[in-house]
Ligand binder design. Structure first.
Ligand code: SF4
Length: 284
């Protein structure tokens, strides 16, 4: 078995990210990009890759961290986010569920089937509003290849084809208040992200969220990891298959409305965040 040196590994992982950014035109010269920075290995690699990419083309970068209010967990990630942003000279905007909604995830998660449901909805809302207020052109996230196929299989399993429109390295503008997303790690395997962090002794938050093992995503992740070991290449094959499906089906509806309560973009009349705030105030 050939052993790749740290230098060659770093070159390979950053070249792969830069090629994706270039080939799919994720970032163009003069744009203003906000990175969703949790402090986990994926968002920290994205931060390093984007600051490195700034040596190639001229664009502005800020980072946004959202503290969901998960006791003993997220605060460690925020520290890694601060340290890396400071080291690389990137401005970090910090937001929290408490500040915006006046509750922590720990206070309200039991209203839902899984803590990940309100966590994702409120985090995406805060990120989008903050990025919109900042006037950025795009939000970059640390979603890697594993995350992408997990999300695809989750939507597939739930019959939620509307979500298929969220796949791919670059999401188009479908509403003037919804900042388009880009995923620079879209074709990078999670195990390579972990290897990069360890090889380079990067300050990242490696703990698992206490709620993660209860989610459907965790079960799909476990299934994929077990079967990738038995059948190497399985994850990339799934990714290729879903790329083919999405190429064939470009008719997935993507039109959004304005929420009747808060006027944020939504596929219904009332956005998921407002629906959840109603449900939480009814039950508390
Ligand atoms: Fe939120 Fe679920 Fe991720 Fe924990 S695992 S941070 S609850 S989305």
């Amino acid at each position: 078995m050939s052993v790749i040196s740290k230098k060659d590994f770093n070159e390979k992982i950053f070249n792969n990210i830069e090629n994706l950014i270039e080939n799919k035109k994720l970032i163009e010269s003069g744009e203003y990009v906000a990175l969703a920075l949790s402090g986990g290995k994926d968002s920290i690699l994205t931060l390093h890759a984007l600051t490195k990419y700034q040596e190639k083309i001229d664009f502005d970068l800020i980072a946004i961290s959202v503290d969901e209010g998960i006791d003993g967990y997220r605060s460690h990630g925020i520290i890694s986010a601060r340290n890396n942003a400071k080291k690389l000279g990137v401005t970090l905007i910090e937001k929290s569920f408490k500040e915006v909604y006046d509750f922590n995830l720990d206070d309200i998660y039991f209203n839902f089937k899984s803590a990940c449901i309100p966590c994702g909805v409120f985090r995406r809302n805060i990120l989008n509003k903050t990025a919109y207020d900042e006037g950025v052109d795009k939000i970059a996230t640390g979603h890697n290849l594993d995350d992408e196929i997990q999300s695809f299989l989750m939507s597939f399993a739930r019959g939620d084809v509307l979500k298929f429109s969220k796949f791919g390295p670059k999401l188009d503008i479908i509403h003037p208040k919804l900042i388009p997303r880009i995923k620079p790690l879209w074709n990078t395997l999670e195990k390579d992200v972990g290897k990069w962090a360890i090889l380079n002794d990067i300050d990242v938050h490696l703990e698992e969220c206490p709620y993660s093992n209860l989610s459907l995503r965790a079960k799909i992740k476990e299934f994929l990891n077990i079967n990738e070991d038995k059948h190497p290449g399985l994850k990339k094959n799934i990714m290729e298959s879903f790329n083919k499906i999405l190429t064939f089906d470009s008719q997935i509806p993507t039109k959004l409305n304005n929420c009747e309560r808060c006027s944020e973009p939504t596929s219904s009349n009332i956005c998921k965040a407002c629906e959840m705030v109603d449900l939480i105030s009814k039950d508390n």
